[in-house]
Design a protein around this ligand. Sequence first.
Ligand SMILES: Nc1ncnc2c1ncn2[C@@H]1O[C@H](COP(=O)(O)OP(=O)(O)OP(=O)(O)O)[C@@H](O)[C@H]1O
Ligand SMILES: O=C(O)C1=C[C@@H](O)[C@@H](O)[C@H](O)C1
Ligand SMILES: [Mg+2]
Length: 168
Amino acid sequence: MKAILVGFMGSGKTTVGNLLAKKLKTPYHDLDDVIVEMAGKSIQQIFEESGEMAFRQLEHEALIQSLDQEGVLGTGGGTPIQDMNFELLQNTKVPVILLDVLPETIMERLRDDTGRPLAQELGLTGLVTLKSERDERYEQVSDFRIATDDLKPTEVVEAISRKLFVNQ
Ligand SMILES: Nc1ncnc2c1ncn2[C@@H]1O[C@H](COP(=O)(O)OP(=O)(O)OP(=O)(O)O)[C@@H](O)[C@H]1O
Ligand SMILES: O=C(O)C1=C[C@@H](O)[C@@H](O)[C@H](O)C1
Ligand SMILES: [Mg+2]
């Protein structure tokens, strides 16, 4: 991998990851898609039929597989929270980038989205709580953080490129 993106739901991992991969002329891998392909089921189906533990096990296997691939990897919103993934992400030599976002921005970005029932279910207060529980982990696995609230996806890619270039 050339870069790994972490961050909360709606932080822009998929959008920015695709653009960054295009710029770096390398494939984009979305961990959630890898899991769906491995399981032959949607994420919602995995949660409903097998439970979150089973999903997290698949997610871990998908992460191990993906770390050996060439390209940019967008992780799932909960990936760094599991201890076994946390260690993998902390120990990788690949730059890990935190895309950060305020809960208010998440609500705004996902307002018309029906594919993320969790965001609708939690509402603003629930998102604030869950995000604050996860923030430390996101920070600890990442090499640098980009606040994306006031940036367009292309501007986030530019900010990442500047950091990657400077750090090379
Ligand atoms: N910097 C940005 N500015 C404005 N809108 C954005 C930005 N980044 C992403 N979006 C929009 O926010 C929504 C969520 O983005 P995206 O799907 O990339 O997030 P994600 O981090 O992959 O979420 P998830 O963890 O749920 O997969 C999309 O509609 C996308 O177009
Ligand atoms: O924040 C989370 O725990 C999740 C985020 C999504 O990317 C998916 O990986 C799944 O819905 C769980
Ligand atoms: Mg995504």
